[in-house]
Design a protein. Sequence first.
Length: 149
Amino acid sequence: MSELPRDTVMGADVAPEDGERVLAEFRADRTAYWRNHLILAVLGGVVAGAVLLAMGNPDPWVGPVAALLAIGVRAAYLASEALGASWRLTERRLIGPGGRVVPLRSLATSRPFFGDVQLITRGGEKHLMKYMADAHAVIAEIEKAKSSG
C-alpha cells in the first residue's frame, strides 16, 4: 500500500538550526484540553436551552444534552491531534506545530488568553499556544528567553 503524502495545509515540521539550543518545550496538556471543552459544552448547553425556551419548545432539556454530546464527540475525535501539539522555545525563536516560527525579536506581546497563551508579533501576526497547563509559567519562560537574547 502506498503512503499518503502529508497535507500541505498543516505545514512542515521545523527543526532547530545548527547551534540553536532548545530551552523549553511546551506540550498541550490533557487536563486543560478537557477543561476547555467542558466549559464550552456548558456554555453551549445554556445557550441552546435558552434558545429552545425562547422559541417555546416543550423539551428545552434537549439543547444542553445535544451540546454536551456534540462537543464531547468533537473533543474525543480531535484529542489526539490537539494533544500532539508542542511548541519549542530556543534562544532565538519559538517553533510551533504546523511549521509556525516566531522569532523572539519580533515578539511584541505574550499574554494569557482563556488559559492559553496568545503571541502577537510586531507585524501583527497572532499565534495561539493552546491547552497550556500553566499559561503564566509559559509566558515567564518566553520573557526570560527574550530578555537574555
